[in-house]
Design a protein around this ligand. Structure first.
Ligand code: PEP
Length: 252
């Protein structure tokens, strides 16, 4: 399976800054046939960045979408509107779940919306520190995976990407340990296997996200069941992002 290096720029960079940064990435990030490199700017920067990048080098992702295709939903952006512009969309990121109150139902509907509009959903799942301390990690991950993928048809599973992002590791200085990542990503793959069959589950890329950068990318990418990285802060440093792409290209 290809490796995935996906940069989530979050609510950073205005349109001009995003264009400049995309130009810098275009000069820094190398193309590797076995690495899918994706950048996820804010909505406003998607089009200018799209016109600027070589899509063989980097694909574009959005950071969110609404699940209705169109209508009176002031301020929302639908997967249908993203179609043709973004090839990926991040869904159920912990900041959406915990700051904006998105629940598993929203996440499920958004996964559906992405798939029906030809956009690959990156479904984020992960436990909070409290859930982890209470020994609930496995339960939480199974619930979030089962709920997020509930209405996905077997034929659509090949389009789905899942990211394991422990909430306590995001934006912190505390990445998860590799033993925990191995256990969590196995739980995720097993749950997908229960839903779609073991063979199909093996085809789903599972990413790790949470305080990862050039210095720990290799150990994370070496964990069984980890097929890539979802990167926040370090994706805003061109040399770090390019380094992670290189590390991904070198790992079997
Ligand atoms: C994220 O927000 O998905 C993330 C992984 O952030 P960071 O890399 O900054 O922890």
């Amino acid at each position: 399976m290809k490796k995935y290096i996906i940069g989530n720029w979050k609510m950073n960079l205005n349109v001009h800054e995003a264009s400049l940064f995309a130009a810098k990435l275009a000069q820094t990030v190398k193309v590797h046939s076995d690495v899918e490199t994706v950048i996820c700017p804010g909505f406003l920067a998607l089009e200018p960045v799209s016109l600027q990048i070589d899509h063989r080098q980097m694909k574009l992702g959005a950071q969110n979408c609404y699940w209705r295709d169109e209508g009176a939903f002031t301020g929302e952006v639908s997967a249908r509107q993203l179609c043709g512009l973004a090839q990926y969309v991040i869904i159920g990121h912990s900041e959406r779940r915990h700051i904006f109150g998105e629940d598993d139902r929203d996440t499920r509907f958004k996964v559906q919306a992405a798939l029906r509009n030809g956009i690959r959903p990156i479904l984020c799942v992960g436990e909070t520190a409290d859930e982890r301390d209470a020994g609930d990690t496995e339960h939480v991950l199974c619930d979030q995976v089962a709920s997020g993928l509930m209405n996905v048809a077997s034929g659509q599973l090949g389009e789905v990407v899942v990211a394991y992002e422990p909430v306590w590791a995001i934006g912190s200085t505390r990445p998860a340990g590799t033993t925990d990542v191995a256990a969590a990503t196995k739980v995720i793959r097993d749950e997908i296997g229960r839903m779609f069959g073991v063979a199909a589950a093996k085809t789903v890329p599972i990413l790790y996200g949470g305080s990862v950068g050039g210095s720990n990318a290799e150990e994370m990418l070496s964990v069984d069941n980890v097929n890539g990285l979802l990167v926040g802060r370090s994706s805003l440093i061109a040399s770090e992002f390019a380094k992670m792409v290189e590390i991904a290209a070198e790992i079997d």
